[in-house]
Design a protein around this ligand. Sequence first.
Ligand code: BG6
Length: 296
Amino acid sequence: MLSQYQQQYAALSDVTFSENEQGVIFIHVASSLAKAQLCLQGGHVCAFQPQGEEPVLWMSDSALFQQDKAIRGGVPVCWPWFGPHPNGLPQHGFVRNQAWLLESVEQQPDGVITVVMGINENEASRALWPHAFHLQLAVTIGSSLEMALTCRNVGDQVIEVGGALHSYFAVADIGHTRIEGLAGVSFDDKVSGEKGIIQCGDVLIDQEVDRVYLNTESEIFIHDEGQNRVIAVSKQGSRGTVVWNPWVEKAASMGDFDDEGYSQMVCVEAVNCGDDVFSLNPGENHTLTQKISVKH
Ligand code: BG6
């Protein structure tokens, strides 16, 4: 596959490919607008750094890049459900654990590059979820990062889909970070189990935070004061926003999460869960997007 992709896109000098010892294929973008790294394991965006800016996405130093494993950091794709499954199936669905295919790479005259990765139903997916689907992530890399996750019901039964673009953001210091855009929004607190709490003011993180904000389509502004920047995160096709930071103990308990990493990250996720999941008739699509840019 690696040599096939290298030949197919040889004319695009801003795009290169590599493969690690575990057979995971990476796509490297280095244009005049931004650097980015994507990976076909999980259909994953690993890194994004606009020209002249610090890295925007957080990646664990102990993340695993191997077949069948989800990657800790960047933007995992959760699908066709978000969070734990009532029947004990894998948390956040199964596509983050599988290898995807590269569908296309294009560069516009202005330097913007779009990489499309996709995955279809397969033996492993059918064992967990017996439905036909095509799932595609179109990643547009310019001075901002745009991701559009489109699922299509290619079978002959109705399917129900949820999911998330589970973005991990890099901040200089979580103690000097505030998250604007959720004031007045109701959330379910997965740490305390309380439901329907109203957010007062900005979100500050000084303990484990795992919250599902409901019925919100607002743009979020992550004020990364330690780096004098604001990361703006907008979305479409989602009414749930999750804010997650595992804090000290939970970070230490996860093998692929560096112990100190919690102090330099926060997840702000565009989510379809609860009553914001979609019933798709045969032939229907649903698209979930997230757009990320840096402001000063
Ligand atoms: C968040 C969930 O989206 O993902 C958390 O709200 C969860 O509850 C976190 O801990 C990480 O999940 P995982 O499966 O990648 O460890």
